[in-house]
Design a protein around this ligand. Sequence first.
Ligand code: SF4
Ligand code: MG
Length: 314
Amino acid sequence: NSLKKYFPITGGVFGREKGEVKAVDDVSFYVKKGETLGIVGESGCGKSTTGRLLMRLIDASDGRIVFEDKEITSLSTSELRKIRRDIQMVFQDPYASLNPRHSIEQILEEPLIVHGIGTREERRKRVKEMLEVVGLCSYHAKRYPHQFSGGQRQRIGIAKALMTKPKLIIADEPVSALDVSIQAQVLNLMKDIQKEFQLTYIFISHDLGVVRHISDRVGVMYLGRIIELAAGEELYDNPKHPYTQALLSAIPIPDPDVKKKTIIIEGELPSPANPPSGCAFHTRCTQSMDICKATRPIERNLNGHYVACHLYNE
Ligand code: SF4
Ligand code: MG
């Protein structure tokens, strides 16, 4: 089916840890309660799709998603509604998800109304609380989205995601549309909120630098697959996959004394609909070997550092 073709989410072996989400291709992944899993890759690599699959905004063609020991891939619409309280999304462009004709109060109240939570009074009380949690004032409730700056709008987007008291937040490029100076503020806010409400994050971004600040573990995606996944520091200090190495080499180092060789990734990103045979990265990899074209590398677990590349065959 076409979904499978574009979104190669195929079955795999899925682990069983508590309170997490697992999905995507042969590399299953999970998120532990309270941690942040970063997912990085170029646009078109499937990271947003992964987020939407986890939300069941779109259906997976194959494979399983497990949330708190419950498989959500096969849930009915009414069962899904309950899960949707627990899993919320924060988007890149909060403006697009904030109805311009609704006041902030109406916007924040909406998820509660949808889920039938609370009386009007209780809902409005929570609106004010959440505005304060994200660093805005309760008098902002009567204003409209256009009266806020980009950074403030993303704070409102975060407040909206918090309204239903979720456990997991999937943030898709949440700071990519913001100025660099504002990015740090919003990232810090997200970290504070995570601690305060014991949230679990899946943080999706094309920007390895941004992901580094917030993630406990990081997965790198290429053409619909996670090609490397490791604890944050391990991945940044010791990248194993040639694609990750190239991505990291392109991040500027603040210290001018540190010299770094930039590896250029040549060529275009191949179409996800028709990925190259074998290792999907072989068309752009400087270390490509004969086997890379013919055989898809299986992922190796090197002491908890997962990598799918023939350079690491035994
Ligand atoms: Fe490069 Fe081959 Fe490794 Fe793919 S499997 S990243 S082509 S060396
Ligand atoms: Mg995207």
